[in-house]
Design a protein. Sequence first.
Lengths: 134, 76
Amino acid sequence: MASVDCGHRTFDLLILKGPALEVIINNQQSSNPVNRQLDSILDTGSEWNLIEDTLAVAVLYLPVIDWQVIRTATGSARRPVYMAQITIPQLTYSKLHRFIGVNLGSDLAIVGREMLADFRLVYSGRTGSVTLEY
Amino acid sequence: MPTEEDIRAYDQRKSALEQDYAGKFVVFHGGQLVGAYDDFDSAGKAALHFGDSPSLIRRVGESIPRYNSISTVHSQ
């Protein structure tokens, strides 16, 4: 089983930043192909994968494959659902996934439980170590 | 983005889809059901056969998504 380090040097950095991982996003579009490295946060508190909406639209040109009404702490909103190929080179993992476009405040993706279902996640809060295995 | 035709086609067949394909990912293109798949990766690959032409991909019977992401309180 291959693994990749998603943690930080100390426990307090892990508290501050959360488990993080660089991924490669590909839009799978023949007319305007984009392949880009992107920061992501592993978030077991999120059912779906999420992506910064302005990034998805204006930089990655991700295709919209659905619209969904989502519930957040601040209410409900109708948001686009994008499709992208997500690759984790260290794990030789590459699959198509869906991402809800939301305002995250910075150019990143959130890897939620829908994608984490493919992996084993080992979280050591005392040391700051987090390992993702596939 | 998915056409209104695809969304309308899904809504019209929703009850039958929930009976036959609960939990599967379905692909609609041109107002027609293309297929039902066990995972999103397989459904996405089926949709890519239509090139950049838009398709609808939806999980049958899915409830309204909810997120309470740590990112919403994450300090940079």
